[in-house]
Design a protein around this ligand. Structure first.
Ligand code: NAD
Length: 253
């Protein structure tokens, strides 16, 4: 059985991914800010370094896969924090663990969002993807949180696409999933918000398949992409959103 590492395994989508991998008999090393094998705050450079060091110490000679799932939503009133956790908390760990996953010819699945194509600040996305961290975080501080969230998720997908071929040649197959509205502790908070709750409920009712996503829906897609059946899928962004992206952007293909 394999050895996997992931972030954000304490709750929601990450907890479902962890459970699914463990149910299949795999060892899963979990990083989170709470309830994890390695407690680390991915919003800080020190926390990201500690997470990488902790995973490296626990993994031994290699990893069959890595799933950076930790993230925070746009209801957190701090754009800089959203960018730090969602973007740098993913990309820096992917880079820091690449050799371990390559050692096993393994796979990584990044967690983007179906909000990634939504309107955002293109300069912000560019600063993220080109590694200009100071500029990206300074700009995030001046932006509304929703475009920071969607921009961080677009930048993740774009960074993954730009690095796919090099990673694949080095032995790491990378993909991303783009979940739509998924019922987790993250979205439950927004649904219960007195200001936005009603609008969110109407949005959920508009999902073409007629229900919100469940953490298991996203975990099923992630585990498929990680496993041998997904072995020729590389550089894809898989929308797992009940049809919303196709409805919003039918011709962008
Ligand atoms: P969640 O809040 O249930 O879980 C997020 C996890 O990330 C938690 O375990 C939390 O402790 C961890 N985390 C947050 N900040 C951290 C930090 N600074 N350091 C370490 N860990 C930290 O959320 P979820 O809905 O399961 O979301 C999981 C991922 O899926 C996120 O990246 C999110 O952006 C993405 N996503 C979710 C939805 C949705 O509708 N739920 C849609 C699209 C994308």
């Amino acid at each position: 059985m394999g050895t996997y590492a992931m972030t954000g395994g304490a709750s929601g989508i990450g907890a479902a991914i962890k459970q699914s991998l463990r149910d299949s008999g795999h060892q899963v090393i979990v990083v989170d800010i709470v309830e994890a094998d390695i407690i680390a705050d991915l919003s800080t450079p020190e926390g990201r370094d500690a997470a990488i060091a902790g995973i490296r110490a626990a993994a031994g000679d290699g990893l069959d896969g890595f799933i950076p799932c930790a993230g925070i939503a746009a209801n957190v009133p701090d754009g800089k924090l959203i960018a730090q956790v969602n973007y740098y908390g993913t990309v820096e760990l992917v880079e820091g663990l690449k050799d371990l996953v390559a050692a096993r010819q393994g796979a990584m699945v990044l967690i983007s969002s179906n909000s990634a194509p939504h309107p955002t600040n293109d300069e912000f996305v560019d600063l993220l993807v080109t590694g200009k961290q100071d500029g990206a975080l300074a700009l995030a501080d001046t932006m509304e949180t929703q475009p920071v969230y969607s921009g961080s998720k677009r930048a993740l997908a774009r960074w993954m696409r730009r690095n796919t071929a090099d990673y694949a040649r080095d032995g790491v197959r990378m993909n991303a999933v783009a979940p739509g509205y998924t019922r987790t502790p993250m979205t439950r908070q927004v649904e219960e918000d007195p200001t936005y709750g009603e609008a969110i409920k109407a949005f959920v009712a508009s999902i073409p398949v007629g229900r919100p996503g469940l953490p298991e829906d996203i975990a099923n897609a992630v585990c498929f992409l990680l496993g041998a059946e997904g072995g020729f899928i590389c550089g894809s962004v898989l929308f797992v959103d009940g049809g919303h992206d196709a409805e919003f952007r039918p011709d962008q293909f």
